[in-house]
Ligand binder design. Structure first.
Ligand SMILES: Cc1ncc(COP(=O)(O)O)c(C=O)c1O
Length: 405
């Protein structure tokens, strides 16, 4: 088979692959606990479902404008005003098939071959591959002090004449950590000064805990949006638990949005129209589902952190948001891929190796499932790794007895 160099250079999404593996094992009747997931398990808001059903009932499901239906753009404009206190126009908005597609068409619109895109590590698994798909070069930056927080200086030091953009994802997948207001402010100022794009991936910015809120990049922008290289990415997937509808968006200056719309028009045409009408329903409807999801996630996070803190040797940063936690298990096993395989084989718990996010020794654990997933998943991991835990463990009906050699 002759495949392009590009096709051969791109790795498949580790997290989507894990979903497949977990589903296959479950189908075989294995008592899998999936702590590798990237989507909330709550239902889509009723207003989203009703709006989508109303369109489906007409039987007329057509192409839409490549950058989204006017009703959705209007809802996004209103959302931006309400949550970012920023007035934008529909001409500053593109709706896409998920935030992922918004990011992809954005990278296609701004990158020339070999231009570099910087992002802090740990990073979302897709950033490096998406940058490569758009012909660019991914440049992850790891904090020298081993934390999830590279300094502005560390990022500035990674910038060169090929640097075209910086991506910040806060709160962050996989760490759940949120960058400080000062950091976001300095990054906006730095990127404005250097005239490079600052891509703010805000997909988790409503899922923030402890009464905090995510810093708003617009607060620090000194130039008007039409002259700005700040791009905000968001979508309905995470905050409304609507991953399958595949609707996300970008907000940027008008010429950039037009370029992205042209690319999208040749790539996939407009996003799916049932998905767009569902997103209009979610954005304009009753908003209580976000709060109840956040409260559930915050509770799950607390339980997960409590259990992790009971491990001797595990270091963990308490997540500020998202539904991920990124503990350091290197005291047990340095190779995160091996550790993840071991946990799947020994105790049927799915985790994502930190290596996929540019951070060895860690595992990404999701708490977007049920509280039972969290407690039982962590009990199983503890049993597999910690000599101080009890000798017996039940996997479904199957009793395991530990044999520490
Ligand atoms: C950081 C980050 N950005 C973007 C996305 C993509 O979301 P969407 O479902 O809207 O494509 C994800 C999904 O996992 C994510 O974690």
């Amino acid at each position: 088979m002759s495949l392009s160099q590009l096709a051969r250079s791109i790795r498949e999404s580790a997290t989507l692959k894990l979903n497949e593996t977990a589903a296959l094992l479950r189908d075989k009747g294995e008592p899998i606990i999936h702590l590798g997931g990237g989507e909330p398990k709550s239902k889509a808001p009723i207003d989203a479902v009703l709006n989508c059903a109303a369109l489906l009932n007409t039987g007329e499901i057509r192409y839409t404008a490549p950058d989204g239906i006017p009703a959705l753009k209007k809802a996004i404009v209103r959302y931006t005003e309400e949550h970012y206190k920023k007035i934008v126009s529909a001409r500053n908005v593109i709706a896409s098939g998920g935030a992922k597609q918004s990011l992809m068409v954005l990278l296609h619109a701004i990158l020339d071959p070999k231009e570099e895109v910087i992002f802090p590590a740990p990073y979302w698994v897709s950033y490096p591959e998406m940058v490569k798909l758009a012909g660019g070069v991914p440049v992850p930056v790891t904090a020298e002090d081993g934390t999830f927080f590279p300094t502005v200086k560390e990022i500035a030091d990674a910038c060169g004449s090929y640097t075209k953009a910086v991506i910040l994802n806060s709160p962050n997948n996989p760490s759940g950590a949120m960058y400080s207001k000062d950091f976001v402010q300095e990054m906006v100022e730095f990127c404005e000064k250097r005239s490079i794009y600052l891509i703010l991936d805000d997909i988790y910015n409503r899922l923030v805990f402890d009464g905090k809120s995510a810093p708003n990049g617009y607060d620090f922008m000194k130039v008007p949006l039409e002259e700005s290289k700040v791009v905000v990415i968001n979508g309905v997937s995470k905050m409304y638990a609507m991953t399958g509808f595949r609707i996300g968006w970008a907000i940027a200056n008008q010429p950039l949005i037009e370029a992205m719309a042209t690319i999208q028009s040749q790539q996939t045409s407009g996003p799916s129209s049932p998905g767009q009408w569902a997103a209009v329903g979610a954005l304009n409807g009753v908003q209580s589902s976000i709060d109840s999801l956040r409260v559930t996630l915050e509770n799950n996070r607390n339980v997960m952190i409590e259990r992790l803190n009971a491990f001797e040797g595990v270091k963990v940063h308490k997540p500020d948001g998202t539904f991920y936690c990124f503990p350091d298990f290197s005291a047990y096993m340095k190779d995160s891929q091996k550790l993840s395989n071991f946990l799947l084989e020994e105790v049927r718990v799915v985790t994502v190796p930190g290596k996929e996010f540019g951070f060895e020794g860690h595992l990404r654990l999701s708490y977007c499932g049920t509280i039972r997933d969290v407690t039982e998943g962590l009990d199983r991991i503890k049993w597999a790794l910690d000599p101080n835990s009890s000798n017996e463990l039940y996997l479904g009906d199957h009793k395991l007895v530990r044999d520490w050699q």
